[in-house]
Design a protein. Structure first.
Length: 336
């Protein structure tokens, strides 16, 4: 694999971590043991400490001394999973990217199966939790979320939000990562023409720490689903989205104004104080604004290939040398 890819590694395993000090050493040991089943693969483990306050970074430093394949970066505060994955991608060197959570609920023993499925001709393979070891209050919203995402994006998966995924780096080169869009990597990849599938994987009960997911995550996820629709269906033709709404509002406003014009011509009723008149005028103004915004967006699209949010600041690193060509700021001291 590495001979055909400009980077120096076959596989990079990216693990965002937030307050998971109790799992780091055991998780890395499990991954090392499992990856020994694929000795032909040169791999690295990259842990991104997303502003932990419980000693997670100290656990990464200690484990990095014991396992040279482990590399790590640390944020000075919590920036979210998407930012952590984006930073991991910047410092990683693998042609194949594996993502998994640090809470040990994702089973490292599934990695060979996921890699085998990827080798069968797919660009991204996600693992869905066939027997999810989570409380009902977490499973039910997840089912509703997955059903809605499948309907909106056209990609039917049992678990769009699975953290356990294997993908070719080209997928992440094409998929933006910010906000909560890490949830929608399979849908965005599918919309970009990549071959996406899923397989059932083992899901283990949480034995360390506590869940970071609450109702607010689903609210933000729902809002980002609108972003996904905009990116996948109208990313290169924003005037179709904004202009479409503009024409719809403009049509409604025209109908209202034509009706009031008929009232004014054919009856003796006054229309100047009618709220309907104000509504019609507002709809016409809104239509003009939306069409104009759509045209401006088209100009921006044609002047800019891609926009990125500023990278989250990294304060420390493990087994990662400074690199002049890295766009993520590596600030602080080198350890390990």
């Amino acid at each position: 694999m590495s001979e055909t890819h400009p980077r120096a590694m076959d596989v990079s395993i990216l693990i965002p971590a937030k307050d998971e000090a109790g799992t780091i050493a055991a998780l890395v040991a499990e991954i090392v043991a499992v990856m020994a089943q694929r000795p032909e693969l040169d791999y690295e483990i990259v842990i991104i400490d997303d502003g932990s306050t419980d000693g997670t970074w100290e656990a990464v430093e200690k484990t990095g001394v014991e396992h040279p394949r482990l590399r790590g970066v640390k944020f000075r505060s919590n920036f979210g999973k998407a930012a952590a994955l984006a930073a991991g991608l910047e410092v990683s060197r693998g042609a194949i990217i594996i993502t998994m959570d640090a809470d040990m609920q994702d089973d490292p023993n599934e990695l060979p199966r996921l890699l085998d499925e990827l080798d069968s001709g797919y660009d991204l393979v996600t693992g869905y939790k066939e027997k999810r070891q989570d409380p009902l209050g977490k499973r039910l919203p997840s089912k509703l979320f997955n059903r809605a995402t499948g309907i909106v994006t056209g990609l039917k998966l049992n678990d769009h939000n699975s953290g356990l995924r294997v993908a070719r780096r080209e997928v992440y080169d094409a998929v933006p990562l910010y906000g909560e869009l890490h949830r929608y990597v399979p849908a965005l990849a599918h919309a970009g023409g990549f071959k996406v599938t899923e397989i059932a994987v083992n899901h283990r009960p949480r034995t360390y720490g506590k869940s970071k997911y609450g109702l607010e995550r689903y609210v933000r996820g729902a809002l980002d689903l609108l972003t996904v629709v905009s990116i996948t269906r109208f990313g290169r033709r924003p005037s179709h989205l904004l202009g479409g709404f503009g024409l719809l509002f403009g049509f409604a406003g025209t109908v209202i104004l034509l009706y009031l014009l008929g009232v004014w011509i054919f009856t003796s009723e006054a229309i100047g104080t009618r709220p309907l008149l104000q509504l019609g005028i507002l709809l016409e103004m809104l239509a003009v604004q939306l069409v104009g915004l759509g045209l401006l967006a088209e100009l921006v699209i044609h002047r800019t290939d891609r926009n990125f949010e500023p990278a989250a600041p990294i304060t420390s690193r493990v087994n990662i040398p400074p690199a002049a060509d890295t766009t993520v700021a590596l600030v602080g001291r080198e350890v390990g």
